[in-house]
Design a protein around this ligand. Structure first.
Ligand code: ADP
Ligand code: MG
Length: 354
């Protein structure tokens, strides 16, 4: 069933001239009405390309984009950006510096009566918690206030979908987390849905209904945050998004064996020669041991614990240890599993099903 303003993207592929690999490959996803989808991926993974294709600033090589029942882009159709009713908010908000907040907010409402523009502006300023800011100029706003005004401007014409391209990344941690948690209620008050692009996995999982992970232009997993945490579809999701450890695991001599020892896993755990297991930083314990094969390569202070990185050959593991741990960089150590049940074996080479 298609909701009036749900977005449907099927097999979207975008190739830039002079590039060997497409910047986006067969991306398929759906944003239900009044919901938030997060897109997370490292720099260069295709996040901005996806947003630009959705609002009509790039021409896809293949695939379809539909908003509600309207086809915005297919092999036979291309709706111009200004006719798509999709708003875009960039990293810096891009407010017009010579226009005040009222003029910025109502910039796209040229066909509206002045009284209606005033009412809409007042409504939006209430929604973003900046009543009476009409006459301020962009240089008189803080970074967080500018981003709120940029969001309101994107929503002003009654937009049903806004695309947010790393909108909080230049803000300090506190403002960033406040704006993030306000976003859902602002969107709800305007009956809009959003795609929030970020390179920060915590931000991606924090407020969205669904999350899509992009890597080299391909979606690796598309699910609810809860599903992603409970069953990451591959080691990239485990390591990059969930910040977990990854270790090869084998089944031999009737037991599950890793380079940090044997694990007691449920007997029906399915495993192959290329399986890996994933586990949290607090699922292992490290201890000084002069003749062991792991070496401490970094030690970071985190308010109430240390994060140690230990390495052996190509294997690197992170361990959260209490502040009374006295290991130093260069020390040899042994690594032990604390709770076997916290180790999850991942299926190999599996991408998310849609
Ligand atoms: P992200 O926003 O995730 O950092 P982008 O969508 O900007 O990634 O870029 C994805 C890939 O496409 C990168 O390899 C980038 O170099 C390339 N790319 C982006 N824009 C262009 C362009 N206008 N022309 C050619 N290649 C581009
Ligand atoms: Mg980008």
């Amino acid at each position: 069933m298609t909701f009036p303003n749900s977005l449907t993207v099927e097999n979207l592929t975008v190739s830039y001239p002079n590039s060997k690999e497409p910047a986006l490959q067969k991306v398929t996803l759906n944003v239900a009405a009044s919901s938030i989808l997060s897109i997370v991926g490292a720099s260069g993974s295709g996040k901005s390309t996806l947003l630009r294709a959705l609002c009509g600033l790039e021409s896809p090589t293949n695939g379809t984009i539909k908003l509600g029942d309207q086809v915005l882009c297919s092999s036979t159709k291309f709706v111009r950006p200004d006719r798509r009713k999709i708003g875009l908010v960039s990293q810096s908000g891009d407010l017009f510096p010579h226009l005040n907040v009222f003029q910025n907010l109502t910039y796209g409402l040229i066909n509206w009566r002045r009284a209606d523009r005033k009412t809409r502006c007042k409504e939006l300023l209430e929604a973003i918690g900046l009543p009476n800011f009409e006459k301020r100029f962009p240089h008189e706003l803080s970074g967080g206030q500018s981003q709120r005004v940029a969001l309101a401007r994107a929503l002003a014409p009654g937009t049903s979908l806004v695309l947010l391209d790393e909108p909080f990344c230049s803000l300090d941690v506190e403002v960033r987390s406040r704006l993030r948690s306000e976003l859902s209620s602002v969107l709800k008050s305007c009956s809009a849905s959003a795609i929030l692009v970020t390179h920060d996995p915590h931000e991606a999982l924090a407020i969205c209904d669904r999350v899509a992970v992009l890597r080299s232009g391909e979606i690796q997993q598309y699910s609810t945050p809860f599903e992603m945490v409970a069953s990451p579809s591959n080691d990239f999701i485990g390591q990059f998004v969930l910040q977990k450890n990854i270790l090869p695991i084998q089944y031999k001599d009737d037991s599950y064996s890793t380079c940090i020892g044997k694990l007691r896993l449920p007997a029906d755990t399915s495993i192959s020669s290329r399986s890996v297991c994933t586990f949290d930083r607090n699922a292992i314990h490290i201890e000084f041991s002069s003749n062991d094969f792991f070496t401490v390569i970094s030690k970071e202070y985190r308010i109430n614990h240390y994060v140690y990185t230990v390495a052996s050959g190509s294997i690197k593991l992170k361990s959260e240890m209490s502040l009374d741990t006295s290991l130093s960089i260069g020390d040899k150590c042994k690594v032990e599993a604390i709770h076997d049940q916290n180790f999850l074996v991942l299926p190999e080479n599996i991408k998310s099903k849609f």
